[in-house]
Design a protein around this ligand. Structure first.
Ligand SMILES: [Fe+2]
Length: 171
């Protein structure tokens, strides 16, 4: 018989803090993907996810930057102990400190689905760059991979509209 997983969130968060990693996957099933994320020093990209998403703050506070359907950047603040629902396709950028932890629930990607990562110009807000990934295994930490590609190429970080260059920052 299938053994239903029961996971202690604080133990897993502690493990992330000790290893310095950013993502710990609790489970991945077709309709349920659950992981704990530790905050990053720096986050500038907006993730466009084909799945609905819920984010629960286990420890610390999140400032969720997101873009409205009109393309305007807004910020939702999620205090410790609170949860937010983010519909599929909402460009969102979860910003929280490296000693803060979020429990994140999505579903595993379906055949043909892609995840998109968008960066906007800090000066004129034009779209700077898009990274597209097929996420087969969330344990591969697609966010970190997207940053490696973006920071590794100055052309990606150069605004085609106004010429501003977003500096590369350690992620
Ligand atoms: Fe620009």
């Amino acid at each position: 018989m299938f053994t239903m997983p029961i996971v202690n969130l604080l133990d897993r968060a502690q493990r992330l803090a000790e290893t310095g990693k950013h993502v710990n996957v609790l489970w991945q099933y077709p309709d349920s993907l659950m992981f704990i994320a530790r905050g990053r020093e720096y986050r500038s990209e907006f993730h466009v996810n084909p799945s609905d998403e819920t984010m629960y703050m286990i420890k610390g506070e999140m400032r969720l930057h997101y873009r409205t359907s009109e393309g305007k950047e807004e910020i939702a603040t999620i205090p410790e102990g609170s949860v937010i629902y983010t519909p599929a396709g909402t460009p969102h950028s979860p910003r929280f400190p490296t000693d803060a932890f979020a429990l994140i629930s999505e579903r595993t990607r379906r055949e043909g689905e892609v995840d998109r990562f968008h960066w906007y110009c800090p000066k004129c807000d034009a779209l700077l760059h898009e990274e597209v990934f097929i996420v087969r295994d969330y344990a591969e930490d697609p966010v970190s991979r997207a940053y490696q590609r973006f920071f590794g190429n100055e052309d990606f970080r150069t605004c085609k509209k106004c010429g501003e260059v977003m500096p590369a920052v350690a992620s």
